[in-house]
Every structure is written in C-alpha cells, then in structure tokens.
Design a protein around this ligand. Structure first.
Ligand code: ADP
Length: 214
C-alpha cells in the first residue's frame, strides 16, 4: 500500500514548516519535514557531514541519499507506532524537491493533494528566512547569498515538481496572508480528505465481509 500523502509545497520561507507542525497535531495527519530529519543527524557522522556540506551552500542533498534516508525514517516511524499509514495521511514538507525525487517516490507515495503556499513577494520570503536564521540558528539561511541561492534552486529544481502532479490535485494558498488565515485555507482542503478516509475505513469491514463485520 502506498502512503496517502499531502504535499506541502512552496519556496523556502513560504511557511511549510509552520503550517506542517500545526497540521501534524490534528489526529489523522503525520507531519514529516525532511529538513528536520537532516538537522537531527549527528554532524560528526558521515551522513551528518554530507548534509552540512550541501545545506551550508544552499544546495540540495543528492537524491538517492535523501530518498534512502527518508525511507528509513518513515519506516522507523511506522515500526515504533508513531505513524499509522492505514488511518493517517503523511504531510510531506520538503520532499519531493525535484522531479527525480518525485519519480523515485512514485511507488511509495500517493499524493492526494498538493497544497501550494504561493508567495509572489520575494523580499518577504528573504525577510522571513533572515529572521528564522537568527531565531533557529539555521546554517542554510546564515547569509543573504545562501538565501538567494536557495531561492534560485527552488525556482530551477523544485518548482517543476508542480507540473508532475495532476492540476486538479493542486490547491493554491496565498502564503502572504496571516498564519491563521493560511491555516484555515489549508484545513478547509484537508477536511473532506480526512472524512472520506474515515468513511472508507468504517465501511471496509462490511464490504469485505470479514468475520469482524458480521
Ligand atoms: P526550507 O524549510 O527553508 O525549505 P528545509 O528545512 O526543508 O528548508 O531544508 C533545509 C536543507 O536541507 C535544504 O536546503 C537542503 O540542503 C536539505 N534538504 C531538505 N529536504 C531535501 C530534499 N528533499 N532533497 C535534498 N535536500 C533536502
């Protein structure tokens, strides 16, 4: 079975992490931020050093390595009962980040919706990233040069991922609105998905005629 997935999509600084964290507190949604997985690595380890090497330059970490780490992480979460793929959506934040990753993941994830946090105001994003760098001590946002480069990488490599998924699955949300308004728009999209999953789950035993349903 593929993981039912909601893709939080948008440029660095568009608010994916902020929204993802809140959505992850709603029953039925498991927030999964690739950047957080990377940042939890021991920077003395080989994997940690590799991440640092790319992230500090504002580059994407190589695809095969990223996907393999992501698979280990999500399977681990399943194993320790933190993520329940039968009854939950995984909210992907920061992955897939280019077309190659979208292809590599296509046998593992079923993207049900792409929530595209759009921010037309480039300066606003740069400002958010600067503030975050100070608040969270983020190496990848440490200088304006790296920030600009990250935004370029987004335009060149990440944005084309939008065309990989069917248009009708993409929901555009204006990321320059207040956090609570963005959240409200996002939740509006999620409600029918969650209700439909719950309904299917409630119906399933009856349809399949298992002993439990009789
Ligand atoms: P942001 O929230 O600003 O978009 P993230 O926390 O998602 O940043 O990612 C931080 C860094 O981690 C990226 O600049 C990149 O180096 C690395 N990274 C995160 N996700 C991926 C990914 N899917 N593929 C490659 N590199 C990634």
């Amino acid at each position: 079975m593929k993981y039912r997935s909601i893709l939080l999509f948008g440029a660095p600084g568009s608010g994916k992490g902020t929204q993802g964290k809140i959505i992850g507190t709603i029953p039925g949604f498991f927030h999964n931020a690739t950047g957080d997985i990377f940042r939890s690595l021991d920077l003395q380890s080989e994997t940690g050093r590799k991440f640092w090497d790319y992230a500090s330059r504002g580059e994407l970490v190589p695809d095969e390595f990223t996907i393999s780490l992501w698979r280990q992480y999500i399977q681990g979460m399943e194993m320790v009962n933190q993520f329940h793929p039968n009854s939950e959506f995984v909210v992907l934040d920061g992955i897939p980040r280019n077309l190659k990753q979208a292809e590599l993941l296509s046998d593992t994830i079923e993207v049900e919706k792409v929530i595209y946090l759009r921010c037309a105001d480039l300066n606003k994003m740069v400002e958010r990233l600067r503030r975050r760098a100070l608040r969270e001590n983020r190496i990848d946002d440490a200088s304006d040069e790296v920030i600009r480069h990250r935004l370029e990488v987004y335009e060149r490599e990440t944005r084309p991922v939008l065309d990989y998924y069917p248009k009708e699955k993409i929901v555009r949300v204006d990321a320059t609105m207040s956090q609570i308004r963005v959240l409200s728009e996002v939740v509006k999209t999620l409600v029918p998905l969650k209700e439909s999953l719950d309904e299917n789950r409630n119906r399933a035993p009856i349809d399949s005629g298992t002993p439990a349903a009789r």
